[in-house]
Design a protein around this ligand. Sequence first.
Ligand code: HAM
Length: 427
Amino acid sequence: MQGQALPGFRDFYPDELALRNYIFATWREVARRYGFQEYDGPPLEPLELYTDKSGEEIVQQLYTFEDKGGRKVALRPEMTPTLARMVGAHAQALKKPIRWFSIPQLFRYERQQRGRLREHFQLNMDIIGEASPLADAELIAAAIDIMRAFGFKAADAQARVSDRRVLRTLLLGRGITEAQLPTAFEAIDKSERVPKDVVAAKLREAGMGKRETDAVFEIPALRGLDAVLTALGKVKGGEEAGEPLRQAVGALETMGLADFAAVDLTIVRGLAYYTGIVFELFDRGKSLRAVCGGGRYDGLLKALGGVDLPALGFGMGDVVLGELLKERGPADQASTKLDAFLIAVSGEDVAPMLQLAHRLRDLGVAVEYGLRPAAIRKQLELAAARGAARALIVGPDERAAGAVVVRDLKAGTEERVPIAKLPGLFH
Ligand code: HAM
C-alpha cells in the first residue's frame, strides 16, 4: 500500500498515543520527584558529534546526509553528546551538580524486531558535576522508581550494576594489556549471547593466551557484590577500584531497593564513553533488550566541550517499556474518555445544547455532541463508542422545565436533572 510509514517508524493512533502520553507523564512525575529539570536540543546535529565518541555500533546506525549547505549532519541517535555540548557551552553559569532530564525522539538504523525500532523516545536523566557514588545510586534509584511507578515489582524488573573500573582492574591484574581491554570488554558484554568458542577465538586473535582468556571467562561467574570484592582483593589496586561500586550498592540497600538491584559484571554497555559504574535494567523474563541503560562518563564533557566535569546518566526507551506494559494487560493509561455526550432531540434543542456544552467545557468537563441531526438511538450508539460516562439529552419537555435527562451509560438508568445542578455531577 502506498503511503505507509517507513519500516521501524510508528504511526501513533490515539490508543497508542494514550500509552505514550501515560509513559511520558510517569517519567516526568518521577523526574520531578527527584528534582530534575527538563531540557531539549536539536534533533539534527553535526555528524562529528557522534563519530568521535559514541562508539562504532551507534555510528554504523546513523541516519546521516549532507544538508543543502554541504554540512555533514545526522539525526540524533542518542542524547548524551548533545547534553555534553550544551552543558559544556554554559558550564560556568550552571549550578553544579546539574540534574537535567529530557525526552528526545532518537533515530537509529537498526534491524527492526520486537522492542527495537528505527525511532524511539528515550527518557534521559543525567547528573553533571558530581563524582560521588551517591550520584550513581541516585540515578539507579530513579530508574527503579520509574519501574515502581508503572506498577512493576522486584519480581518483574531488575537493575544489573557493574563498574568499568572494576573490570579494568580485574583484567589488567590478570595480565591483559590496555590495548586488549576493548576486546575483553566486548567478549564479556557478549558472553550471554555468543558461544564460548567464538569468543575464545576472538580473544586469541587479540593475542591473549590461556591465562588471560581464563581471566575473561571468570568475570561472568562473579555474581553479587561479595564475590566481586573478594576477586578484587586478589589484584593490585583492587580494593580502591571496588569502593565506588560498594558505596553505590550500599546506598541502594539503605533506600530499601536492594531487591531491585544486583551486581553483575557482564554489564559493560556498548557505548564507548563510559568510565565507571554502568547499569542496565531488564524485565526478569529477559525476553527483550534492556528497558534502560546508562552509567558514568567522566571524560565526555572534556572531549566534546573542553570542560572537565564528571557526569553520569541513563536512557530509558519507550518501546521496550511499552511492550512490557502491554504484556501486563490493558494499561491504566491516562484516558481520553469523554465525561458526557450531549444529545439534542429536535432541531430546536440544538442551540440550548450548544450553550450547555460550552458551559460544561468551560468548567473542564470533556464533552462531545453529534455534529448533524440524527436519531437518538444513533447518537446513543456514538456516545457508547466514545466511552462517555453519561449522555445528556436535551428535549422540548426538559427545555421547558430548565432540565436535561441524564442517562448513566453504564448502569442504563435515567434521571431528570435541573441545568443548574449539572456541573455538580462532574465534580
Ligand atoms: P542505550 O543503551 O543505547 O543508551 O539506550 C538506552 C535505552 O534506549 C535502551 O535500553 C533501550 O530501551 C532504548 N533503545 C535504544 N535503542 C533503541 C531502539 N532502536 N529501539 C527501541 N528502543 C531503543 C544510550 O542511548 C545512552 N546515551 C544513555 C545514557 C544517558 N547514558 C548516559 N546518559
